[in-house]
Write a protein that binds this ligand. Structure first.
Ligand SMILES: [Zn+2]
Length: 120
């Protein structure tokens, strides 16, 4: 079970014209950062995504439709962001497995040492 999802870093209204309906006060920019979650760990990546939604025509404006002006504004917002640094957090089950692994190793070595001393 691996899943990656994006969490929202920032939402901002931008004053550009919508490429679809030309409304100039309905574009909302959402900046997101990617998070990967598995059974064993949770990791924040440095990958970001930008979504542009027009509240007037209720369309998502994909990057291929962005004008130079929109790209400039998105760039500006991205630069001003506090992007969370890359990090990985192990979940309790991962820690449990690691601890179990170490315990097994210790037991096996004790047994091996014990076995040798018995043989002597
Ligand atoms: Zn629109």
């Amino acid at each position: 079970m691996n899943s990656s999802k994006f969490f929202t870093l920032k939402e901002a209204r931008i004053g550009n014209n919508c490429p679809e309906c030309y409304s100039n006060d309905s574009l909302e920019l959402t900046l997101k950062q990617k998070l990967i979650e598995t059974k064993f760990y949770k990791a924040i990546t440095e990958e970001t995504a930008s979504e542009l939604l027009c509240h007037n025509c209720e369309m998502q404006i994909f990057p291929v439709r962005w004008t130079d002006d929109i790209e400039r504004v998105v760039d500006y917002h991205l630069r001003g962001l506090n992007i969370k640094t890359k990090s990985t957090k192990l979940k309790p089950i991962a820690w449990a497995l690691i601890t179990l692994g170490i315990l097994l190793l210790v037991m096996v070595s004790l047994w091996a040492i014990g076995g040798i001393s018995v043989a002597l």
